[in-house]
Ligand binder design. Structure first.
Ligand code: ASP
Length: 309
């Protein structure tokens, strides 16, 4: 039986191509399950999962919880704002207390880059990184590639541009690793101030002209400007950002071909994309959300089968 090469999902950086293929094949199966009238399988009846969210989340938190419940796991939820973390407890103490209640797996979102790697070295549970600061968001990148594969047949050889705030985006970094691993051609596009200096070392093209980038690509993944991670201003005004890097229907219609539009959410309508684009048939934003549940079921299932051995 095939299995993942890792015991935790800390980042796409730690996966290989076979891991991604195995996750996708497993997600294909779970996607079929969640479209049945009875959307549940008893696979993880003996597994307990703690969702630890030290940072806000809507989609990711609900998606993980739903994935866990569809697999029949026992689930406990923790959110930092209502916890003893505010009283000064350390991350390891918090997690060890939770694990002493016989928890097998921890899904964690944390504002500090590297928090889940750190945790995996100090506690005895399987860890899934649900976003660590501006570092990685591996399940988002997996569901993004899975959605491209579903829409275009395969990821290999496709031209994908990631547009916007590359500097502060964990979605961008995880997507770059995942897409390169699968043989896609990757470009980043945005204001120079929001593109990390040596990003070309990751094997991606850099373009600051959105029209050129869109004409080159098959898929454009539009990122949100991460205002919460900015202490200074990286562009003159939101209006100017939208004029240069926002996608609207007129711009899409002026291209030589029909491209696919993605967005990890939450969308700032009217900033990085207009509503007529977000709601158009070229956008696969809600497919991404739906695929997120199947991908997370696959990741949890594959990691849990390694715990059980
Ligand atoms: N939801 C994604 C994340 O958690 C993207 C975003 O927040 O803009 O990173």
């Amino acid at each position: 039986m095939s299995e993942l090469s890792v015991n935790h999902l800390l980042g796409i950086k730690y996966l290989n191509k076979n891991d991604i293929e195995l996750i996708f094949e497993t997600a294909d199966h779970f996607k079929e399950v969640i479209n049945r009238p009875i959307k549940k399988v008893p696979s993880l009846r003996d597994i307990t999962i703690a969702n630890l969210f030290f940072e806000n989340s809507t989609r990711t938190k609900l998606s993980f919880e739903l994935a866990e419940k569809r697999l029949s796991a026992d689930v406990i939820n923790f959110s930092a704002s209502q916890s003893s973390v505010k009283k000064g407890e350390t991350l390891i103490d918090t997690v060890n207390n939770i694990l002493s209640m016989k928890v097998d797996m921890v899904v964690m979102r944390h504002p500090n880059p590297g928090a889940s790697v750190f945790l995996s070295q100090h506690v005895d549970a399987s860890i899934i990184n649900a976003g660590d600061g501006a570092h990685e968001h591996p399940t988002q990148a997996l569901l993004d590639s899975y959605s491209i594969r579903e829409k275009l047949g395969e990821v290999k050889g496709k031209n994908i541009v990631i547009v916007g705030d590359i500097l502060h985006s964990r979605v961008a970094l995880s997507n770059i690793y995942a897409l390169k691993l699968q043989g896609a051609n990757v470009m980043v596009c945005g204001p120079k101030t929001l593109i990390p200096k040596h990003i070309d070392k990751l094997g991606v093209k850099v373009e600051t002209n959105l029209h050129k980038a869109l004409n080159w690509c098959d898929v454009a993944n539009m990122l949100r400007v991460q205002n919460e991670r900015m202490e200074i201003s990286y562009f003159p005004s939101t209006r100017e950002y939208t004029q240069q890097f926002g996608v609207n229907k007129t711009l899409l219609d002026s291209l030589d071909k029909e491209i696919t539009i993605m967005h990890p959410g939450p969308i700032n309508r009217g900033v990085e994309i207009t509503s007529d684009v977000a709601d158009s048939k070229q956008a696969i934003i809600l497919d991404q959300v739906q695929n997120g549940v199947a991908i997370r079921m696959a990741v949890i299932y594959l990691l849990a089968s390694k715990i059980k051995q």
